[in-house]
Design a protein around this ligand. Sequence first.
Ligand code: AQP
Length: 328
Amino acid sequence: MEKKTVFSGIQASGSLHLGNYLGAIRNWAAMQYDYNNYFCVVDLHTITVLQDPATLRAKIREVAGLLFAAGIEAENSVVFIQSDVKAHSELAWLLNCITPMGWLHRMTQFKEKSEKQKEEVSVGLFDYPVLQAADILLYDTHMVPVGEDQKQHVELCRDIAQRFNYRYGGVFVLPEPHIPPVGGRVMGLANPEKKMSKSEEKEEDSIYLLDTPDQIRKKVKKATTDSLRDISFDENRPGINNLLTIYQLLTDKNRQKIEEYFSDKTYKILKEEVAEVVIESLRPLQERYHELTGEAGYLDGMLERGAEKAGARAEKKMGQVSESMGLK
Ligand code: AQP
């Protein structure tokens, strides 16, 4: 049986954090053998918010390097930079012409991000989900593994595809979001009411994948908890719940065993143990990252080959789309 196709993207809007890893990248790596995979550093999405050019250039490479370091393999997955494949922008324009603005007004991520930016909000930020739909639809994607925050965008992508297919014939495959049962929403350390985020200004809120052991210990030590004492999974106690969830995801132990283990321990010990588990889990990833970025030209070569493969597939789809719309 032919393998189904997976597509997912990640922005270079800052340093990758534990939420990106547990909610997305780690799962991409684990699933890659069962699917045809396309993983993309979505730099065109990243510029929907103002970026410093030199920092962006460096972050694009860093994010790509971290995807490989996290276990995504060039033999099994096509990894590429979005702006290297021009068909993404081209299809986004065509989809813009069939997407009602009302659909975009409903997107919660736009509402949240535009609130922060006030009058600086760009048309690009508003149009972000249409570009994301183009990313997904170009590769006949069946499944989009994402964190919970992206579910609404994938649903919108299905709506756009359905509208297109209704008007122009069955050109697009309808994709499904795939959200991990645990880890779909890792919360901030300082503010566990909000998800851990690349663009959060407070650095102590996020554990970055390239943080040193000392930085990780300090951040976890300062994590917001509560004034109670018992250690249990409880969504009404977001700080403790988040630390326990991180521990669970990284140790693969079940919740009951974890609660029993911590039942006679203090918050201080919990934090120390969480920090050590994070440090040990990130160590191999960090080592691989430094190895592969240390070798001149290695990462660039892999990204070039990724862009060629993705570009060939995307061009074929663009031909079909243009023809069905009467552009060819
Ligand atoms: N806190 C999180 N918990 C679980 N999954 C998360 N993801 C993001 N934050 C968490 C998932 O990571 C993938 C890549 O995310 P993205 O680059 O598209 O950025 P985002 O979803 O907008 O979130 P970020 O990382 O916080 O970036 P900024 O601050 O720039 O918005 C996605 O699958 C996402 O669900």
